[in-house]
Write a protein that binds this ligand. Sequence first.
Ligand code: HEM
Length: 208
Amino acid sequence: MTLAATLKESTGEAHKKAESTDLQRLMMQGQLEDQLFTSYMAQLFHMHSAIEQLMGANAGAAALIRWTADQEHSKRLAADLGDLGTSVDAQPLLKATEAMVGTIKSLTAEDPIALIGLFYVLEGSMNGNRYIVRALRHMPGGDRCGFRYLDPYGEEQPAKWGAFREALDSFETTEAQSELVVRSAHAVFDGIAAICEEVMAVETVPNA
Ligand code: HEM
């Protein structure tokens, strides 16, 4: 099986679990409180920033998936938070996020190829995010936000995802590396599920 197919198949259950967390369900229904949404976006900012820094430091791994600056989604998150009257710094950094960033660093330290599995989950999530945006436009403040993060590519989304999958299948990996890529993808699914849970549990900071 190719790497793209292996990743999709082996994370199918994890996807179902992530999709059904309270936060994702409320977001999909357009009923997630504004403050919870911005807190979640800030946590994603920290994850993306960590991955982007490591992509920069490990150009070989980044080149394998033809990673470009257009995939620096942290910039989109910062702009969206600004639209919503807040900023990354104004949002709490949650324990689950700190743990996730630690995991991102330690998996990459094992072998930078881990970055491919880590980024796969976030880039893949754009497939569903496009639909979530439609619901979010109706939330309070929804009309103030461009949702650059959740819908980064617009009509180009299917082509971009196709190109990403093609890149995943364009290089050879050892068995140990494939195992690490899949393990890294699972770590992101688990980390996001934990972040979603903590976002829902923590008292949020009112936005401007
Ligand atoms: C309400 C929440 C969500 C919905 C409705 C949703 C929906 C979708 C849909 C429709 C696809 C495209 C499936 C296909 O064409 O084969 C997809 C793909 C994907 N989603 Fe989600 N998703 C949600 C949440 C998430 C979350 C929270 C994550 C990450 C933590 C995630 C990660 C992915 C990944 C990695 C893929 C690509 C799978 C592959 O083709 O390899 N999704 N999602």
